[in-house]
Write a protein that binds this ligand. Sequence first.
Ligand code: ADP
Ligand code: MG
Length: 363
Amino acid sequence: EFLRLLNASIIYKFYFCTMSENTNEPTPLTDLGEFGLIERLTKNIELKNATSKLGVGDDAALIKNEKAMTVVSTDMLVEGVHFDLLYVPLKHLGYKAVVVNLSDIYSMNAVPTQITVSIAVSNRMSVEALEDIYEGIGLACELYGVDLIGGDTTSSLSGTIISITAIGQVDEDKVVTRSGAKETDLICVSGDLGAAFAGLQILEREKAVYKDNASIQPDLSGKDYILERQLKPEARKDLVEYFAKEGIVPTAMIDISDGLSSELIHLAKSSNVGVQIYENKIPLDAQTINTCEELNLNPVMAALNGGEDYELLFTVPIEHFEKIKREPLLTIIGHVTDKGSGNNMVANGTESLIELKAQGWQH
Ligand code: ADP
Ligand code: MG
């Protein structure tokens, strides 16, 4: 019911304006059985990539590699841990489940080509609900040019679990890991940070209001950007294309799924270096700042510890300074130091250093 109220708001309609909500009577999963269900969910799949030689329907899929390196990454989403079906529309869930996996492939500077989808469904779900999830999965596959080539389907006695494996390709000399950052390299991020966290806080607030009084229409006005960042994030396909076009190979890269602070620490540890960033350089959207002020939160903390931004954090040699500075998509937030200097942020308007912590940084 809460989701129906949210659906009535323009923001929820907007993302999938070409998709109508499933209004048929829910069909119980037992009506179809496992094979019927798999057939129904995968019937519209067309393989687009030349490397996808065989998809759903056999014991295994076949990929014919064109490039030297195959990149593989898996992520699992658990109901009640990673998503709340009270306010996450099923199509958005399917879309996001794919995108978070593709983000890991892009962070290796690779191009994703195939995914597999494994799903453990709670018996509270209907066939139509699963079709909605698969519509979101299908849309992401279309927009990012990847093929769904297989998966597994089973039932779950508790909540729903979705596990996606993404497969991609990259030339051997273009591979970027977390471990190549060198002293004096520039530290850069794409897009802006903290918005997905701000969006989540708004959804949680409205959920609490609804639980108190179900007749109050959720107030999401002026929150479209941060809600979109939370409910329908995008992976940075454009950045990997930019690197290819500009002939830049970052020295290290990681996607920001757990917050800037913890990703910086991962990157520094893997590369055996230290990092120094500047608080006033962290890119924040106006809606993130306004919302954080409204909720009495620090927007910089949302960027450092919030997570789910799916932007890319990377390091490049200083010779790329002019090029990167010209690119509106990118912000230089600091530089790589020696390991002994540690991982620090220069506080706004001062010279004092704040040590970056994996989680829970507070003024
Ligand atoms: P097996 O018993 O050999 O594991 P399955 O019956 O599990 O085969 O799967 C049959 C085919 O359907 C396989 O090609 C598998 O990859 C595909 N498949 C199963 N579940 C899904 C799913 N949820 N999404 C996409 N493809 C699936
Ligand atoms: Mg199977």
